[in-house]
Design a protein around this ligand. Structure first.
Ligand code: COI
Length: 367
C-alpha cells in the first residue's frame, strides 16, 4: 500500500530484509557496504520544480549511457548520521547545516537547490521506513549513515547545466570509518597534487573533488599511509585539509589552530561543532592559515602535541604520523588518541547519542 505523508509517497517493499538479516548486519557494521531496504528520490525540472517524491525499494538506477552526470561530473552529496537514543527515538546532528551546504554545492555545480524542508523531509521519510536498520548505539560507534546526493539526469553530450536532476537519499548502517577504530592514522603529504584552487570547487561537496583525490591517495597508500593532506594550490605551503576531513593542531599551551576557510576548504559540520566544544573546554581556537613549515617545526620542538582530523564519517581521528617524499614526523605514541582529541570526541558522541543534554540545540528528530 502506498501512503503520502509529505512530499514523499511511501511505497514499502514487500520483500525487505528479514529481522535476522538486519540483526546480522547490525552486529558488525562496516562503513558504507550494506544498504537499507529503501531509498528516497525526488526529481526536478524547470517546469514542475521538485516533483514525484517517493520512498521505495532500494534498487539500481536506470541510467542512460549519455546522462550528463556520467560525463561531466555534475554531482553533489552530503554525509550525515542517524543515531537511535535509548527511548527508541532517532535523531540526526545539525542537518540544517548539511542542507545549507548542499544548497551552496548545488549553486556551484549549477544544480537546482533543494529547500531545507524538503531535504529534512527526505531524511525523515527514509529513516521512518527503515527504522529497523538504525543500530542501537550501545557501543557508542554504530549509526545509520545517510547519503543524500544529487545527479544531473539530462541525456545528451552537450556541455551545459542539466535541465533535469534527481535528489536521492540512501542509507547504510555504519561502524567505525577506519578499520583501526580511533587508533592514530598516517597521513601522506601530497606535494605534487592539489585538491582545490581559488575559484574552484574546493568548498563544494562534489564527487569531482573526491575523484581527484584518489591518485594522491593511491600514492599515500603505496607509502603505507591511510589518508592524504593537501596544501594550497597557489604557494604549495598552506595546509588545507585531508580531502575528506578537516585538520586541527593542538599546542602544549592548550591553544588550537585549524586552517581557516578560504573557499578551497570544505566547511565541515564536525569542524565547526568542535571549534565550539573546544572553546567551551577553555581552549583558545584560532582559524588561520597554517603552513607545513610550522607543522614540521612545532612537531620537532615538541610544542605541537596533538594533530587530529575530523569529519562526519570518522568523527575524530588522531594523526600519528605525517610522511612525505624523503621524510616523516611522528606525533604521540602511534597507539592512542591524545587527551584533547579523545575528550572532544567523547563530548561530541555524547551529544549525538543523547547521553548528555543537547545544550546547543544541535539535534533534530527524524523518527
Ligand atoms: C565525512 O566524514 O563527512 C566525509 O566527507 C567522508 C566521506 C566522504 C566518507
Amino acid at each position: 500500500m502506498s501512503t503520502t505523508t509529505t512530499a514523499f509517497s511511501i511505497e514499502p517493499r514487500p520483500d525487505g530484509a528479514t529481522p535476522e538479516r538486519i540483526a546480522q548486519v547490525l552486529a558488525a557494521p562496516k562503513f558504507g557496504s550494506v544498504f537499507t531496504d529503501h531509498m528516497a528520490r525526488i526529481d526536478w525540472d524547470a517546469e514542475q520544480g521538485w516533483h514525484g517524491g517517493r520512498v521505495s525499494a532500494y534498487a539500481p538506477l536506470q541510467v542512460d549511457p549519455a546522462m550528463a552526470v556520467l560525463h561531466y561530473g555534475q554531482e553533489i552529496f552530503e554525509g550525515m548520521k542517524a543515531y537511535s537514543h535509548t527511548d527508541g527515538s532517532v535523531w540526526t546532528f545539525r542537518p540544517e547545516r548539511n542542507a545549507a551546504r548542499f544548497a551552496r554545492s548545488a549553486r556551484r555545480l549549477a544544480l537546482p537547490e533543494v529547500p531545507e524542508t524538503l531535504f529534512l523531509e527526505a531524511l525523515s521519510a527514509l529513516v521512518e521506513v527503515d527504522r529497523a536498520w538504525v543500530p542501537e548505539s550501545a557501543d557508542g560507534e554504530a549509526s545509520l549513515y545517510l547519503r543524500p546526493f544529487m545527479i544531473a539526469t539530462e541525456v545528451g553530450l552537450g556541455v551545459r547545466p542539466s535541465s533535469t536532476a534527481a535528489f536521492i537519499v540512501i542509507a547504510s548502517p555504519a561502524g567505525a570509518y577506519f578499520a583501526s577504530g580511533v587508533k592514530p592514522v598516517s597521513i601522506w603529504l601530497s606535494e605534487g597534487y592539489s585538491r582545490a584552487a581559488p575559484g574552484g570547487t574546493g568548498a563544494a561537496k562534489c564527487g569531482g573533488n573526491y575523484g581527484a583525490s584518489l591518485a594522491p591517495m593511491a600514492q599515500g597508500l603505496e607509502h603505507g599511509c591511510d589518508q592524504v593532506a593537501f596544501l594550497d594550490a597557489v604557494e604549495n605551503r598552506w595546509v588545507e585539509e585531508l580531502g575528506g576531513m578537516n585538520l586541527f593542531f593542538v599546542y602544549r599551551d592548550g591553544s588550537i589552530v585549524t586552517p581557516e576557510l578560504t573557499g578551497t576548504i570544505l566547511e565541515g559540520v564536525t569542524r565547526s561543532s568542535l571549534i565550539e566544544l573546544a572553546r567551551e573546554r577553555g581552549h583558545e581556537v584560532t582559524e588561520r592559515r597554517y603552513s607545513i613549515d610550522e607543522w614540521r617545526a612545532d612537531a620537532a620542538s615538541g610544542d605541537l602535541v596533538e594533530v587530529f582530523a575530523c569529519g562526519t564519517a570518522a568523527v575524530i581521528t588522531p594523526v600519528g604520523r605525517l610522511a612525505w617524499d624523503g621524510g616523516e614526523l611522528t606525533l604521540g605514541d602511534g597507539e592512542q588518541a591524545g587527551e584533547v582529541a579523545a575528550d572532544l570526541r567523547q563530548r561530541l558522541l555524547d551529544i549525538q547519542r543523547g547521553r548528555v543534554e543537547d545544550a546547543h540545540g544541535w539535534l533534530h528528530r527524524l523518527a
